[in-house]
Ligand binder design. Structure first.
Ligand SMILES: Cc1cc2nc3c(=O)[nH]c(=O)nc-3n(C[C@H](O)[C@H](O)[C@H](O)COP(=O)(O)OP(=O)(O)OC[C@H]3O[C@@H](n4cnc5c(N)ncnc54)[C@H](O)[C@@H]3O)c2cc1C
Length: 477
């Protein structure tokens, strides 16, 4: 194996092949659900270097099949399903794209930007903002996650309702295949029906088919005004009714619609005391709405007021505020985005990132809350998410006083089965936006149709016949 390290050092430079010392930043996942042991962390600085690394690893595996060597692509390592960290075999190379962060080109007339995979999402948002454009992908990890990871996991976030998820924002890709070849697919075309869509194969593949090295992404004009409102609603059904009204009143201006259960908000209140959580504790859920308007702030406000008035008359909103300033709006979003952090601070928990038809959500929540309460007396539900997309983060926290690790050990399989069975019964998906990783790979085998799984395995075997790329994630072959 030392010869391989020397070869890799020759490609990326000895300073960028790390095999000694503390590698925990690359070996430990964000949720602390998996701590692996890397053979090495390799940090290329260009597409050619990525291709060289993959080619060298493929050749090494062909010569030493018993080595069990494989590659785990990694961006910001903020993924939530243990997909970007190595297993504990000590035979995996973490291929970190963090040195490839350049924004290559903004094409103003085509409304596109071409960017390298290691670019941090927030850096890209700011670069295009400085040029007068909007790149709408937005999520709480945007200060650390990268474009390669966003595309690898087909990230969603808070603007999917209007702009779609990472897949819908991507027009073209540059990819290093599992054989170490470069596929130059950086097209800025909105129409291209020339056969199978290779781009879509790599998006959401979680690094199991190849390494994304760059992408051409869609840009949008900046809105004239963006307003945020916070509303208390008497039930999940009322939140769904409010969503319907918001679609009718705001049309394409409706860019965000987030629901937050009261317990989720109370965790933010107790773990982030400096944040002012709006005081609507008498109501079971609050909703955060965003209206982006291309006319003016006055127009946006009038639309919002009309919506909230109609919603109160109809009884689906109990109380509401519209942010008076950008600062107030940012605070409201900060409260929403602090929920995952507050939940992590409260202790290990069982996450379910699920999607359902919006119309089925109230009945799903009622039925599944009751099932969980019966199965685990005192269980605490952290229920929040992107209701506008039918996406709930339906997370389960240990009953008060019960050790979190013991709770996971004793209850995780039963809680997962109960929640996922219910999701399937309501025609939903067991992973909405976080992906499969290692955490959900067995659940996928159980819940996905055999026909779909067989097609997925055929694709994996065709593109990565030696199982070099992120093995054991997404689909087992
Ligand atoms: C606080 C918090 C909030 C979050 N909120 C959201 C949310 O609202 N919506 C959402 O969708 N996700 C969310 N996430 C999950 C996570 O941030 C996203 O999935 C993000 O897109 C991952 O990007 P990353 O660069 O950190 O990728 P990583 O975690 O490094 O990798 C994720 C997956 O992509 C693969 N990968 C990474 N880079 C490449 C590449 N260049 N080529 C091929 N495959 C690659 C990895 O192998 C892995 O399987 C959140 C995470 C945190 C911590």
């Amino acid at each position: 194996m030392q010869t391989l390290l020397d070869t890799l050092a020759g490609i990326v430079g000895p300073a960028h092949v790390l095999s000694q010392g503390d590698l925990s930043a690359w070996e430990q996942d964000w949720r602390q659900r998996g701590h692996g042991k890397a053979f090495a962390v390799v940090r290329p600085a260009s597409t050619l270097e990525v291709a060289g690394v993959v080619k060298a690893c493929a050749a090494f595996c062909a010569a030493h099949p018993e080595s069990g060597l494989s590659i785990v692509p990694q961006g910001g390592n903020t993924g939530l399903v243990v997909g970007s960290t190595p297993d504990d075999s000590g035979r995996q190379i973490v291929l970190s794209l963090q040195r490839m962060g350049a924004v290559r080109q903004i094409d103003a007339a085509n409304l596109t930007v071409t960017v390298e995979a290691g670019c941090v999402l927030q850096t890209l948002q700011q670069s295009v903002l400085d040029a007068g454009y909007l790149f709408p992908l937005s999520l709480a990890a945007e200060g650390s996650c990268t474009i390669g990871g966003n595309l690898g996991s087909n990230a969603g976030g808070t603007q999917v309702l209007r702009f779609g998820n990472a897949r819908e924002l991507c027009l073209g890709l540059e990819v290093v295949t599992a054989q170490g070849e470069v596929w130059h697919g950086l097209s800025g075309l909105r129409k291209d029906n020339t056969g199978y869509d290779l781009r879509d194969l790599f998006i959401g593949a979680e690094g199991t088919l190849g390494v994304i090295t760059a992408a051409t992404l869609k840009l949008y004009p900046l809105p004239a005004a963006q307003l945020t409102a916070w509303a208390a609603v008497p039930s999940m059904q009322a939140a769904v009714d409010l969503l319907g009204l918001a679609h009718r009143h705001l049309g394409a201006g409706l860019t965000g619609f987030e629901v937050m259960g009261q317990f989720a908000l109370s965790l933010v209140g107790s773990h982030f005391k400096q944040l002012r959580v709006p005081l609507f504790q008498d109501w079971p859920f609050c909703v955060l709405l965003e209206n982006a308007d291309h006319e003016s702030e006055a127009h946006a406000r009038a639309q919002f007021e009309g919506l909230l008035e109609a919603a109160m008359e109809q009884g689906c909103v109990s109380d509401a505020v519209i942010a008076e300033s950008l600062g107030q709006a940012q605070t409201l979003w900060q409260v929403r985005e602090s929920i995952p952090l507050a939940q992590a601070a409260e202790g290990l928990n069982i996450k379910h990132d699920i999607s359902l038809p919006v119309s089925a959500i109230p009945a799903f929540v009622k039925a599944t809350d009751a099932l969980l309460a019966r199965a685990v007396p005192g269980v605490r539900l952290v229920n929040f998410g992107h209701l506008g997309d039918g996406n709930l983060h339906y997370n389960v926290q240990a009953p008060l006083g019960l050790d979190a690790a013991a709770f996971l050990r004793d209850f995780e399989p039963e809680v997962n089965r109960l929640v996922f069975d219910s999701v399937v019964a309501f025609s939903g998906s067991i992973s909405a936006e976080h992906g499969v990783g290692s955490l959900k790979v067995d659940h996928l085998t159980h819940y996905k149709s055999p026909v779909a799984l067989a097609m997925m395995r055929s694709i994996k075997q065709a593109l990565d016949p030696h199982n070099l790329m992120n093995p054991g994630r997404v689909v087992k072959v």
